[in-house]
Design a protein around this ligand. Structure first.
Ligand code: 6CS
Ligand code: FE
Length: 299
């Protein structure tokens, strides 16, 4: 007798018990058309090809200052110190990320619904969208630790039950992103390859993975092959710039030992047609503040 779990098709098997080769992505990257939103046909074609788009001046200098004050307010709110949505740096104990930030900051909630952001997410995903995950990353100076190479979709598929990579992240820089202060690195075109990871998901993995990801990371062999084949681009640009990147693009960031923090706001938009199911590679799904299970369209 097969259960629905067994019968369910998994196009992107990962967290394998034996090494498996890379897979070619089954799904397109851009689901909407030029007439559906602010991106023109050329921009959509470039996003389909590279898997990411950098927009300078996504928000104004005044807005950057206002959101930077919000980030400071959040880190200096005593009640939040013990909140499970606040992730601290492994070594320094400083705030590393705050998840579900739209519930903690009305200003950031409003930004996620701003047409400059929401219309682009709807256009790229070709449907109504909802917030799968939001977070602010502080990447403080001197002690900001980076994120090893990974595909977000690999985690969201395995641990949250996201069926296909019909999701897009928008990272808005609140500080200047230099090559040397932990700027996000991406491998252009890597979104078209799905790299399964080896090793089952530990119980309650999110309690450590948000500080330092161990399960779900690609092999050095896969990273080496992709880096040689595709190269590495880096998201640099002034505060107010935005990086739109596909859920499956291979990305990572280095540590930040400079005095210059690299803070940003992340919105992860998922298509309402791609709502979370049961995890494809873990026993239990993650809490709602990391993976929203309410696919009500964002208005
Ligand atoms: O596990 C997650 O959902 C988070 N981890 C990383 C390294 N990037 C995506 C996401 O925020
Ligand atoms: Fe990531």
């Amino acid at each position: 007798m097969t259960t629905t779990q067994d019968a369910r098709q998994d196009l992107y098997p990962t967290r394998l018990t034996a090494p498996g080769g890379t897979l070619t992505r089954e799904h397109r990257t851009v689901w909407g058309r030029a007439q559906d939103g602010p991106f023109d046909a050329g921009a959509l074609a470039a996003h389909e090809e590279r898997g990411f788009t950098i927009l300078e001046d996504m928000i104004t200098g005044d807005e950057v200052l206002a959101y930077r004050q919000e980030l400071t307010r959040l880190t200096t709110t005593p009640a939040l110190k013990a909140d499970e949505r606040v992730i601290t740096e492994k070594t320094s104990g400083e705030v590393r990320s705050i998840f579900e930030v739209q519930d903690l900051s009305p200003a950031i909630d409003a930004l996620s619904r701003d047409p400059r952001i929401l219309e682009r997410a709807r256009q790229l995903l070709g449907s109504e969208v909802y917030l799968h995950q939001t977070r602010v990353n502080y990447m403080p100076g001197f002690a900001g630790s980076g994120f090893y190479w990974h595909s977000d979709f690999e985690t969201w598929h395995a641990e949250d039950g996201m069926p296909i990579p019909r999701a897009v992240s928008c990272s808005i820089a609140l500080t200047d992103n230099y090559p040397f202060n932990g700027g996000l690195m991406v491998m252009p075109g890597s979104h078209r390859t799905f790299v399964p990871s080896l090793g089952e998901t530990p119980e309650d993995n999110y309690r450590s993975s948000l500080k330092e990801q161990k399960a779900g990371v690609p092999s050095e062999a896969a990273i080496t092959e992709m880096a040689h084949g595709l190269g590495i681009d880096q998201f640099t640009g002034p505060a107010g710039s935005a990086l739109w990147f596909d859920a499956n693009i291979m990305h990572g960031s280095g540590n930040n030992i400079t005095p210059f923090p690299r803070s940003n706001i992340f919105f992860v938009f998922n298509s309402v047609e791609n709502a979370l199911e049961e995890p494809f590679g873990a026993a239990d799904h993650r809490p709602g503040y990391i993976a929203n299970r309410d696919a009500t369209p964002l208005r």
